[in-house]
Structures are given as C-alpha cells and as structure tokens.
Write a protein that binds this ligand. Structure first.
Ligand SMILES: Nc1nc2c(ncn2[C@@H]2O[C@H](COP(=O)(O)OP(=O)(O)OP(=O)(O)O)[C@@H](O)[C@H]2O)c(=O)[nH]1
Ligand SMILES: [K+]
Ligand SMILES: [Mg+2]
Length: 437
C-alpha cells in the first residue's frame, strides 16, 4: 500500500491514437492485480494472451479484450504491468480509460512516464532511453537501425567497459602511490595504468569519430543541388520530392533563395537543398543567392553537380562528396565518363541517381551504426577524452594528478549513461515522449 501511495498506478493508451483495428492500453503499478481481477475477472497466466470480456465495477461489459499480465520485476517498468488489447475505437478507449482511472490509486500517465519508471528501476540506462525515443521517432531505415542498436544498450555496454578499465587503472595508480617512497612513482604498475588508459582513449576516439554519422542519421544528411542557371536543379528537386516545391521556368536565374525539402532517399534521411544557379550576376539579390549556394555546397555531405547534357561539359572532380549529373538526357548530347545522365522529363536515370546518392552517403557512414548520436553524448565523451589525454600525455610524475584526471573521465562516462547528473536530461527527454511510452 505504501508503494501505491508513493507511486500511483499509471494507465495510458500505448498504441497510436485514432481509429484502428486494435488499440493497446497499458497499466503499471501496485494496483494492476486488483484491476485485472476486477475488470477481467482473473489474473491471467503471466505473459500469455487471454481473451476476456472487460467489465466495469457495476458489471457492464466495455469490450472483449486480449489481456496480458507481466508481473514485476520482470516487466518493462519493473512493476506489475498489464495490457488490454481492445478494439481501437475512440468510444472503447474513452470508456475503458475512464473506468480504469475511477479505481483509487490509478491515474493517467504523463508523457514518457512508463519509460521513466523503467529507467528508475534500472531496466534501461539513459543512452538506451534516448535510443528508445529515437526508435519511436524513426522514419528511415538507417534511423531505425541506429536507434535499435542504442536502445539495446550498445553505448551502455561500451561505456561500462571503459569505466571498469579506468577504475582498474586508478587502483593500479593508488597501489603505486602506496608502495612508492615520497611521490616517486615510476614503477611497472604506473606503466600498466597508463597503458590501460591509452586503450580506453582509443575506444573513446573511435566512438567520437562516429558521432558525425550518428548525428546525420538522426537529423539528416545535407545534399545540395548545384550548377549553372537552367541546369535543371529545381526540376530535379521537384522530381525527387515528388511534388512541386520549387518554381521551374526557362528563365535563367529563377531560383534565388535556398529551398529545402526533407526526404527519405534510399533509406537515408536527407535534407535536399535547391540553390541559385551559379553565375556572375550584377543583380545584388541573385549574387547573394549565389554566395549562399556556394557556402552551402562547402558544408554539404554531398553535392550533386548538375549541367545540362547539351551544354559544354564540366571538369569532373573525383571527389567523394560530389556526384556529377548530366541533366535533360532526353536532349541531344552524351554524358562524360563518370557523369550520371538523368531526365526529369522521361524519368530516365533517376533510379541510378538515387542509387548513386545512397552509395555516397553509405560510404560516409561506417558499416556499423554509430555509437554516439546526440550532442549530449558527444560532450560527455569529449570531456572524458580531454581528461585522459592529460594522463597519457603527462610526464607521469604526479600520480595524484593522474588519478584525479582518471576520476574526471569516469564521471564523464557516468554522465553518459545517466548514473549521475541525470535529472535535467531526463526532464527534457521525457517531455519529448508521447503519453503511453
Ligand atoms: N527537356 C528537358 N527540359 C528540362 C528537364 N529538366 C528541366 N528542364 C527545363 O529546363 C529549364 C530550367 O529548369 P529549372 O529546373 O528551372 O533549372 P534551374 O537549374 O533550377 O534554374 P535556375 O533556378 O534558374 O538556376 C526549364 O524550362 C525546365 O522545364 C529535362 O529533363 N528535360
Ligand atoms: K530556370
Ligand atoms: Mg531553380
């Protein structure tokens, strides 16, 4: 009962909202057994689906439901959890929620509250919670893979291994300090400690190297359409986006501003950017457009360098960040070696272009999904790296200072998985969850 007072039992629709064949209502907490007995008439065998009529306390049937029971602590939240799989109508959901919240000690869940309880019960570390949030938000194949890996605890496991190795190095240092005379530490234990730190440092640097990829997968790669006026940039943008985003006209200099669309291109989340045609212009507005186009092309993950197939060929740069495209392939002319020919008019070459884009973006990525995906994680790992670089780079004569730097790195890794300093991050993270997660 004390538990019920401290931690109310929470209930929410865990499937999406709106009409559906089936909707899932999830309930977690100390009142779950009581609710099952009252509404379903039984406490079903754990983790087995049981078909039962659900009745209100006054005996009225609300719906027939598949009922599942997950006794704590082996449940998502660590508490007793039940699920009612009911017909996904607004009326059924409204009736059931109102009957359930009428039970004393049961209330509606807040956004992310199930996951917060899972975190507090030690079922998920912070990085795994972030992975879960990303998985729920994932829209493309790469986002799904990366989020799943993080949710399954890859970052948590890696950082725990680093942390253990650093704690061992700290113990070696302390042993060295104890054994040595008056601060003179230069023995084999010290060398072993520093070697251990160097190995962790390598791992951390690899993880940091994957951050840009991880961030790109979460937030999208930037692909820029560049080329002279009338090369067909806006036409290609519209074709790839499959809608009329940008104005197309035979007049050179039509696009002056930067136009962005978010797309799933071959499984990669992409922000595709149309720009002003690159030429010298006396018009200050167009000149500014050209300046912005060039600046963006510099920062892009990939530039599609367009020219019309009936125009003089460009110098083709052999650059991993560029793809040369000859547009208007329905017109007379032929592509240069290394150029992809496409026609928006006939659709020819568009599939090859998509394949080329996905190869280039794939080459930017490691075959493994990235370990670090968020700025918060990057900061924690960078802090650990800075502290450990001082250890490896020092002249190793002040063991206490080395131990202190290792301690700082351990603390940064604990921040990474949410063992310490977690409250602000949690509040922000869970506010982004929807109710029922
Ligand atoms: N025949 C043919 N014409 C095309 C094709 N793609 C675009 N065009 C035409 O080329 C002209 C210029 O197209 P835009 O898409 O406006 O070119 P742009 O590169 O965005 O031009 P600016 O914004 O002015 O730099 C338009 O008249 C299009 O209809 C194509 O595949 N085949
Ligand atoms: K144009
Ligand atoms: Mg244009």
């Amino acid at each position: 009962m004390i538990q019920a007072e401290e931690y109310p039992t929470i209930v929410a629709v865990s499937s999406g909202n709106g009409r559906a064949g089936v909707a899932v209502i999830r309930i977690s907490g100390a009142r779950v057994r009581f609710v099952l007995e009252t509404f379903a008439g039984v406490i079903p065998k754990p983790r087995f689906a049981t078909l039962r009529p659900l009745r209100t306390i006054s005996g009225e049937i609300i719906d027939t439901a598949l009922v599942l029971f997950f006794p704590g602590p082996a449940s998502f939240t660590g508490e007793d959890v039940a699920e009612f799989h009911v017909h996904g109508s607004r009326a059924v959901l409204a009736a059931l929620l109102s009957a359930l919240t009428a039970v004393s000690g049961v209330r509606l869940a807040e956004a992310g509250e199930f996951t917060r309880r899972a975190f507090e019960a030690g079922k998920l570390d912070l990085a795994a919670v972030e992975g879960l949030a990303d998985l729920i938000d994932s829209e493309t194949e790469w986002q799904r893979r990366q989020a799943l890996r993080q949710m399954e605890g890859s970052l948590g496991r890696a950082s725990e291994a680093w942390r253990q190795a650093l704690i061992k190095a700290m113990a070696l240092l302390e042993a060295e300090i104890d054994f040595s005379d008056e601060g003179d530490v230069s023995g084999p234990l010290l060398a072993e400690a520093v070697a251990g730190v160097a190995t962790v440092l390598d791992g951390l640097k690899d993880a940091l190297g994957s951050f840009r990829m991880g961030e790109r997968v979460r937030e999208g790669f930037v692909v820029v359409l560049a080329g002279p006026p009338n090369a067909g940039k806006s036409s290609l943008l519209n074709a790839l986006a499959r809608r009329d985003v940008a104005i197309v006209s035979p007049q050179p200099g039509t696009t002056r501003d930067i136009i962005e669309v978010r797309l799933d291109l071959a499984g990669f989340p992409v922000t595709l950017v149309d720009t002003a045609g690159l030429r010298e212009s006396a018009d200050p507005i167009e000149a500014e457009g050209v300046r912005r186009a060039m600046a963006l092309a510099d920062k892009a993950d990939l530039v599609l360098r367009l020219r019309s197939i009936d125009s003089p060929p460009n110098q083709i740069e052999n650059n991993a960040r560029e793809l040369a495209v000859a547009t208007k392939a329905d017109l007379p002319g032929s592509p240069e070696p290394g150029e992809l020919a496409v026609s928006v008019r006939t659709g020819a070459g568009i599939d090859r272009l998509l394949q080329g884009i996905s190869e280039r973006l794939g080459a930017l990525s490691s075959p493994e999904p990235a370990l670090l995906t968020r700025e918060r994680q990057r900061v924690a790992v960078s802090d650990a790296i800075m502290a450990l670089e001082r250890v490896v780079g020092s002249s190793h004569d002040q063991a206490e200072l080395l131990a202190e730097d290792i301690r700082l790195a351990v603390r940064a890794l604990e921040r990474l998985v949410g063992r310490v300093d977690v409250e602000d991050v949690l509040d922000q993270l869970f506010s982004g969850f929807c109710i029922g997660k």
